[in-house]
Design a protein around this ligand. Structure first.
Ligand SMILES: [Zn+2]
Length: 493
């Protein structure tokens, strides 16, 4: 069957699953889980697979599976509504299953009846624990590579091209395949593969797989995408496995349990809400602080893993949608609003007071010549004569300060002109830890004293630590930093 037709039929099926779910007041998530589990148990040879082989062949196809995952991700946090479901950015030509136009009425009725029978069968049979659904994320772990040695550490893997469903090779523990670029195609152990994308994935979806790329271990599958004359190496990993390589990089595992649990929920929500953040590059997230630091298995720590497991599948939503769960190192005494920092209103990102103020104090100083030299990247004001900025009081706004006291604008008067810069501009120009600072001219020295580190939006990691030490649990910590949000279990173990 041609790929286009296969896609269309899979899309039809998923739409119908959603319709059945809607009519019966069930969530598409549980339907999806149960049907998938049933299909697996029957080895894809049962009644469904017989009549709809395309659908079950497609299950292992990364992009088609993503379509259905995106649909569930979008529709599950709120009440199930296909009309509200907005597709996340997609790779390639596929569209979200919820956007498909209706099929012919008679065909639809027969199809729906068939599906209802299938659904009943699915509900009767309990789903095995190993088949629990959870979204995957694709994380770029290496860019501009010309060669990558991919070895199987545990599990059985298969090597596949994007074009063919049938694997080209089976890889057992200890076996290695070296993927290299060769002009406009990829090679595997020197053999031309006539493809731009190679996938090393688990031979059996139920079995966990650990692969190494150039000696560094990752859970899940690896994909190599030709990008120009080089290639990107992308780790396709289940969300919970991904978090194991993220949370310890973002917060020390030895910190109080409630703080690490709050971090785990924030990181999970951030990742799932940001799925497709790098869709133009062909993956979801990068492995740097631009998205979240991800170090694979080498970064994992038992303390973080426990906190991740304790909050399994839990995400923050606002009005039924996943929130942008931004976080930072230390607010210095009060977080701020997205209006003040980004210039856009986000209802749940509002100032939140901390237990302690004037935390993480820092100081910088420059002689005026060096200071105006840096300012001259914006404008040459000559010799600095005066700095206009209201003195800082944490948690108090002023005409040039936000509700938390962060600098909104500071004005520099010089012999050749005047320059006004925002706090964010100053932070980036002078590489300051935060925008919560005082700036004074003292003789021929400019002294900057401030508090905290990071943008000051959402969860403050040091603030969360203080709340955890004071006895608050992770739910209370999250509710404090993300106003009016709801904690939801998106999927279960
Ligand atoms: Zn990124």
């Amino acid at each position: 069957m041609k790929k286009g037709a296969e896609t269309k039929k899979t899309v039809t099926y998923t739409k119908s699953v959603s319709s059945v779910a809607e009519r019966h007041g069930s969530s598409s998530l549980s339907l999806w889980e149960r049907c998938r589990a049933t299909a697996r148990r029957r080895g894809y040879k049962g009644a469904i697979a017989k009549q709809h082989p395309h659908r079950f062949r497609s299950i292992s196809s990364y992009e088609l599976l993503r379509n259905c995952e995106d649909h569930v991700l979008q529709s599950h946090p709120s009440t199930l509504s296909t009309a509200d479901a907005v597709p996340l950015p997609q790779r390639g030509r596929l569209r979200c299953c919820c956007l498909r136009s209706r099929s012919k009425p008679l065909v639809g009725i027969v199809y729906l009846l068939f599906l209802l029978i299938v659904m009943v069968g699915c509900f009767i049979a309990p789903a095995p624990a190993s088949a629990a659904w959870q979204p995957t994320v694709s994380v770029c772990i290496a860019t501009a590579e010309t060669t990558a040695a991919i070895a199987v550490k545990s599990g059985t893997a298969v090597l596949k091209t994007e074009e063919k469903a049938k694997p080209t090779r089976t890889l057992r523990p200890g076996m290695t395949v070296t993927v290299s670029t060769a002009g406009s195609q990829l090679t595997a152990d020197g053999k031309p593969m006539r493809t731009r994308t190679l996938l090393v994935t688990s031979a059996d979806e139920r079995e966990p797989l650990v692969l190494t790329v150039n000696g560094k271990a990752y859970r899940g599958a690896l994909r190599t995408d030709l990008d120009g004359l080089a290639m990107n190496v992308i780790n396709i990993v289940r969300t919970e496995d991904y978090l194991q390589g993220v949370v310890p990089q973002e917060m020390p595992s030895a910190w109080p349990r409630a703080a690490v649990e709050a971090q785990a929920v924030a990181a999970r929500t951030f990742a799932l809400q940001g799925r497709g953040r790098h869709s133009a590059d062909g993956y979801d997230l990068c492995a740097t602080t631009h998205c979240q630091s991800y170090g694979g298995i080498a970064a994992e720590d038992p303390g973080s893993t426990t906190a991740i497991a304790a909050t399994y599948g839990e995400v923050l939503t606002y009005k039924g949608q996943l929130i942008s769960a931004v976080f930072h190192t230390d607010s210095g005494g009060s977080t701020d609003s997205s209006r003040a920092i980004w210039g856009t209103d986000i209802a749940y990102l509002q100032p939140a007071k901390e237990l302690q103020t004037k935390t993480q104090p820092w100081k910088r100083s420059w002689n005026t010549t060096a200071f105006v030299a840096t300012l001259s990247h914006k404008k040459n004001i000559g010799t600095l004569k005066k700095i206009q900025l209201t003195p800082l009081t944490i948690g108090k706004s002023a005409k040039d300060r936000s509700a938390s006291g962060r600098v909104m604008a500071a004005t520099f008067l010089g012999t050749k002109g005047t320059l006004t810069l925002s706090g964010n501009e100053l932070r980036s120009l002078f590489h300051l830890p935060s925008t919560l600072f005082d700036l004074k001219l003292d003789g021929d020295v400019v002294i900057c004293t401030g508090y905290g580190a990071g943008h000051g939006l959402g969860l403050s990691q040091w603030g969360a630590k203080a709340f955890a030490e004071a006895g608050k649990d992770y739910k209370a910590i999250l509710a404090h930093y993300y106003k009016g949000t709801t904690l939801k279990e998106l999927y279960r173990p």
